[in-house]
Design a protein around this ligand. Structure first.
Ligand code: MIG
Length: 663
């Protein structure tokens, strides 16, 4: 019944883990019947986990499914987003706390008090899974143990912590130059500009459109002089076109997924008819990874991997059936249900079960139908890129993915996909960050300002005020939406001040990130993980701890000039107003804090200090010699390195203080 899936992520280290090898080992937590794992909650049980998902930090009261999905409408009733992070951390009080990790690559359902409000029921499609249980200790200790099981988090280069500007709609070199110069003119710091699918020739991976980007290498070198890196997108699917070397070579070597007859499975995504590299096949994966060199040779130091759930718009077969079906409606006097059915013929072609079961992977463990290993596709694409970039560059690189599975955090970060310019999506992002951190995805962020829909000035300011704390800080939006660069809403001072604060905080943010990565700790944590006995803190889901010393309480509603903030202990409130920093001591308890659009407010824990440095317009120019500590301690453990070496260790931590350096 228990099986090992070797192309699944796991185990690097010998963690204290009880692997379930017999039914009795499931006790006292789960009973196992009819393929379902059942656990009974008590009244106060809180359930953390599931990584990138919708709804709360406490997942109780909904049903979730892991089946990596290309779904751009992230509303409360959804059950799956792009990731499959099959773990729950159950807190039923001090005497019963455990984490269960269901290592299972097909569809699996987590009913967390949805059908019956006291019952957790986990239902995989079949029994070929590995289950790991980690018990005892504090919430943070359990997470550390889980993380030591699944491996160390990916380490991005220092520049990856700068501000990034992206837009699906920058189609030519001039668009990129304009974005850069407008930030620089307004004094808004910037480190990266992203290239979306239009930089490619006919959406063919690893090609560059010669007309719109005549010399990418020269452009990349020129921008780097200004402290800017270009970050191109890579899509999973490869265009079917003879004469396109990536297609020809992959076809000749048999590296694309095949259908049941051994023919290449042809789907369609942005490049039109395309094939899917078999990332679960080691040779194919290595080969695809090597292709990134085409772009690194042009000076590129980072990528984002998209459409790797994989997203499938339609297949040859699906399209044929759809045309046949639509003809049956023609000329008929349609009843309303006929009309609805007719209307749905084409939309239902995308990401269909028919297609996901129509192709196969040749893995080291044998041949698998895609549906049985669906959730490993994006994970293995990122792994392919990450391993290759390590080989090619021998240095750190920026890399993040849309789809992921537990273990993908070892190879890159994730962004949370196609969110919207909705106020509720600031809150959603706040809640996703700690859950992603729990399973090792530390390099994370959401499209600032929202990907879909039209952004407004106030929304962008509030969103940025939160996102200055997210490791990945990128403004991204879809073609056709209102422009939302930080210079697009008239006055730029407020935007400049907020983004500048990010840069001033970088010595802290980078230190906390690296320490969290190297110690298997959380960068973002829910308040309940720090203040375990505080029943009020336990229910606060719109404030987060950032690293060891900070707490944030972002504003995520429109037309308010402040909000209620809960302080679990006495703290130092730090306010940035028009670029100036001021501080005030506040007592434990609830406070109404006035936070106009132009201000950023955050809190330092009692007995802690954080470093702040002088502003700079890109990470290359940050000057650590200007660091000053603020807070109620006179020292801080600063992590500092060259920002590019693959080797990173806690030996890079040293204690600094305002007056002098100590070692
Ligand atoms: O079908 O490349 O999530 O960030 O801008 C849409 C175009 C494809 C989805 C990504 C989004 C990106 C867009 N892509």
């Amino acid at each position: 019944m228990i099986r090992k899936w070797s192309f699944s992520p796991y185990i690097d280290t010998k963690a204290v883990v009880r692997k379930i090898e017999s039914e009795s080992a499931l006790l006292p937590y789960f009973s196992h019947q009819d393929g379902k794992y059942t656990y009974r909650m008590n009244e106060r049980t809180r359930v953390y986990g599931l990584g990138e998902q919708i709804r709360g930090i406490n997942k109780r009261g909904w049903v979730y499914e892991s089946y990596c999905a290309d779904d751009p409408i992230h509303t409360e009733e959804k059950r799956s987003l792009y990731g499959a992070h099959n773990f729950i951390l159950v807190d039923a009080g001090k005497d019963e706390r455990f984490l269960a990790f269901f290592d299972y690559p097909a569809k699996i359902r987590f009913d967390i008090g949805y059908t019956d409000s006291d019952i957790i029921q986990v239902t995989p499609e079949n029994d070929r899974l590995d289950l790991y249980l980690i018990e005892g200790g504090t919430l943070k200790e359990i997470i550390r143990e889980f993380r030591s099981l699944i491996g160390r988090s990916y380490l991005p280069p220092f520049f990856a912590f700068g501000y990034g500007q992206s837009r699906w709609g920058y189609v030519k070199e001039e668009d990129i130059r304009e974005a850069v110069s407008k930030h620089r003119e307004a004094g808004i710091p910037l480190d990266t500009v992203y290239l979306d699918i239009d930089y490619m020739e006919d959406f063919q991976d690893f090609t560059v459109n010669k007309v719109r980007f005549p010399d990418l290498k020269a452009l990349s070198a020129e921008l780097k002089e200004q402290g800017i890196r270009l970050i191109p997108i890579i899509d999973a699917a490869v265009k079917v076109r003879e004469g396109y070397s990536v297609y020809d070579e992959g076809k000749e070597k048999g590296y694309f997924c095949k259908d049941e007859n051994g023919e290449e499975f042809v789907t369609a995504v942005w490049p039109g008819r395309s094939v899917l590299p078999d990332f679960l096949n080691e040779d194919a994966s290595r080969w695809f990874g090597n292709q990134y060199q085409t772009l690194t040779d042009m000076g590129i130091e980072g990528f984002w991997n998209d459409m790797n759930e994989p997203a499938l718009f339609y297949s040859d077969k699906g399209l044929k059936t759809a045309f046949e079906k639509i003809k049956t409606f023609e000329g008929k006097n349609l009843e309303v249900y006929d009309y609805f059915n007719a209307r749905n013929v084409f939309p239902s072609l995308s990401n269909s079960k028919e297609d996901y079961t129509a192709f196969y992977h040749r893995t080291p463990e044998g041949v698998f139908n895609h549906n049985d290993v669906h959730n490993l596709y994006g994970f293995n694409m990122t792994r392919s890129a990450s391993e290759a970039l390590q080989r090619i560059r021998g240095q750190r690189f920026l890399l993040f993915s849309r789809a992921s599975y537990i273990g993908a955090h070892r190879y890159g970060g994730v962004w949370t996909g196609d969110n919207h310019a909705w106020w509720s999506h600031i809150l959603q992002s706040i809640r996703q960050m700690p859950s992603l951190n729990m399973c090792g995805f530390l390099y994370t962020g959401s499209d600032i300002g929202g990907f879909g829909g039209d952004c407004t000035r106030d929304l962008l300011l509030r969103w940025l005020s939160f996102a200055i704390f997210t490791p990945l800080m990128r403004n991204h939006s879809a073609v056709g939406t209102r422009r939302q660069e930080a210079y697009s809403f008239g006055d730029t001072e407020d935007f400049r001040d907020i983004i500048t604060l990010r840069y001033r905080l970088l010595p802290y943010l980078y230190s906390e990130f690296m320490k969290a990565a190297l110690k298997n700790d959380l960068y973002f944590s829910p308040l309940s993980f720090v203040y375990e006995d505080d029943e009020i803190a336990a229910e606060v889901e719109d404030q987060l701890m950032v690293g060891e010393a900070l707490m944030i309480a972002p504003v995520y509603t429109q037309n308010v000039s402040g909000r209620m903030v809960y302080l679990p202990e006495e703290m130092t409130m730090v306010r940035m107003h028009k670029g100036e920093i001021s501080i005030e001591e506040l007592k434990q308890g609830h406070h109404y804090i006035h936070i106009p659009l132009s201000d950023v407010v955050f809190f330092i824990r009692k007995g802690f200090a954080i470093p702040l440095c002088d502003p700079a317009d890109c990470t290359d120019k940050l000057d650590y010699a200007t660091i000053q500590l603020i807070g109620t301690s006179d020292s801080y453990e600063l992590y500092r390195d060259d920002g590019v070496s693959l080797k990173a260790s806690l030996e890079n931590v040293r204690i600094i203080s305002n007056s002098r350096e100590r070692s």
